[in-house]
Design a protein around this ligand. Structure first.
Ligand code: SF4
Length: 458
């Protein structure tokens, strides 16, 4: 997966309600939290519901179908989902016809969930968009069902949908692989998403082509452990071959992939990133800890030295490669000295981005059997130490960009400024009266802080 990645870094925790498209027909509302893969699943769900003639609304109160796409990678994410589920109880009591669907990583033991949240109509495992559509279609064609959209004509819906042409975001995630075959001991995502299942390359290319036709300019190939892509398919395609295929889509300006695993990232992928101009030289490469005993207890399958050797190989081949990582602090049994080795590794590698999280026990994982013996205040102290060190490092890295010219893919207008990213995934803001949405622009960096850059057109 990402590793926690999907959870933690690229996986920053995001809560979103997707773009709203006007139309008639039954109304749906999607609430999404968690990783980019959840975001991609919600986008696919929304596109499929639009095609059935549904229209998206911003408030659950206005919807006939409410979908919560959940995340449990950390306790804080799980609490947000359960809080949301509780608050929807009253809505369901007022409007029993509103269908409530829970999907995503909270859906493990359905029987227990059903007892806890009896007002939920359907529980679906992560990424089961097809399951959702099958259920929705069955409700629509059966007029006697209690759902508000039962008896609704799909033909009428499809006619409505034909008039819609939802524009894709400039940067869009496309799921290449679901699940993971690794056994990181802290990871709940692996338990919920199951073993690795790759989508056939033609299916991924077709989805990416459709998105580019709808306005996307950057595709991000997603997988919990994207480097394992294709190992379960009969033709054994590889991430490198997939990158080469998607790279050729006309109109695509940039291609990214995440999340990598240090024990699975192959030299062929590094060479492919180096060779293909539209593949961004950016690696999301979680290390999680800098101490070998902790890495072993985490079941990561690599040592700190292996990781450092891999970073050297990447930088030897792609000198300007940018690297992001995920760190967990306060794993069971982690001593102060062992934690210091994580700081040493950060000083050695000098990452462009570090996503750090305090260890949080996830019931059902092997690590949950270990005593959670690092006190919460100490976990927080370690988290702040990582953040402070990283702020200093990335501040120095970014300061070197001052006065340099960078290429930015512009994603959107944000508080009166255009916002985009460099190939190295750095956020850049600039002001300009023209419409730069979805276009590449060359900017000279005029201000550089640790979290973002300001640019000017020459
Ligand atoms: S088992 Fe490890 S590699 Fe797989 S999804 Fe979990 S953290 Fe990522």
């Amino acid at each position: 997966m990402t590793d926690l990645a999907v959870s933690i870094g690229a996986h920053e925790h995001r809560t979103t309600t997707s773009t709203i498209h006007p139309a008639s027909g039954p109304a749906y509302h999607i609430w999404t939290i968690g990783c980019q893969m959840n975001q991609a699943d919600s986008r696919r769900t929304a596109a499929a519901l639009d095609a059935l003639g549904f229209r998206q609304v911003a408030r659950p109160e206005d919807a006939d179908l409410v979908i919560l796409n959940s995340c449990v990678v950390r306790q804080s994410a799980e609490d947000k989902v359960t809080g949301r589920l509780q608050s929807l109880r009253a809505l369901k009591a007022r409007h029993p016809g509103t269908a409530l669907v829970l999907m995503g990583c909270l859906v493990g033991d359905v029987q227990t969930l059903r007892a806890r949240f009896p007002h939920v109509d359907l529980f679906l495992r992560p990424s089961d968009v097809e399951g959702l559509l099958g259920w929705v279609s069955a409700q629509m064609t059966e007029a006697t069902r209690p759902c508000a959209f039962s008896g609704y004509s799909t033909e009428q819906g499809l006619r409505t949908a034909a008039s819609l042409g939802a524009p894709a975001p400039v940067s869009v995630g496309v799921t290449a692989m679901m699940g993971c075959d690794r056994h990181c001991t802290y990871c709940i995502v692996r338990l919920r998403r199951g073993p690795g299942r790759s989508r056939p390359p033609e299916e991924i290319v077709a989805e990416a082509e459709a998105l580019v036709r709808s306005g996307a300019r950057e595709v991000v190939l997603l997988g919990q452990n994207i480097d394992a892509y294709g190992r379960d398919l009969p033709e054994r395609p590889t991430l490198a071959s997939l990158l080469r295929q998607v790279h050729e889509i006309p109109g695509l300006l940039r291609l990214r992939f995440l999340t990598s695993h240090p024990a699975d990232l192959e030299d062929e992928v590094i060479d492919t990133v180096a060779a293909l101009p539209r593949v961004c030289p950016h690696f999301e490469l979680p290390v999680q800890a800098g101490d070998d005993r902790i890495l072993r207890r985490m079941g990561r399958g690599h040592r700190a030295a292996d990781y450092l050797a891999l970073v050297e190989r990447i930088r030897g081949r792609i000198p300007d490669a940018s690297l992001a990582t995920d760190i967990i602090v306060g794993f069971p049994g982690e001593t102060v000295e062992e934690f210091e080795r994580t700081l040493d590794l950060l000083r050695t590698v000098r990452f462009d981005a570090v996503h750090v999280a305090c260890y949080s026990v996830r019931p059902g994982t092997p690590a949950a059997r270990l005593p959670d013996d690092v006190p919460q205040e100490e976990k927080e102290r370690r988290r702040r130490a990582v953040e402070a060190l990283q702020e200093q490092i990335v501040g120095e890295i970014n300061a070197r960009l001052l006065g340099q010219e960078v290429e930015v893919l512009v994603e959107e207008m944000h508080k009166g400024k255009w916002k985009g990213r460099t190939p190295s995934n750095k956020l850049v803001f600039f002001e300009h009266p023209d419409d730069w949405h979805g276009r590449l622009v060359r900017l000279r960096i005029s201000r550089a802080g640790p979290w973002s850059l300001q640019g000017q057109m020459r």
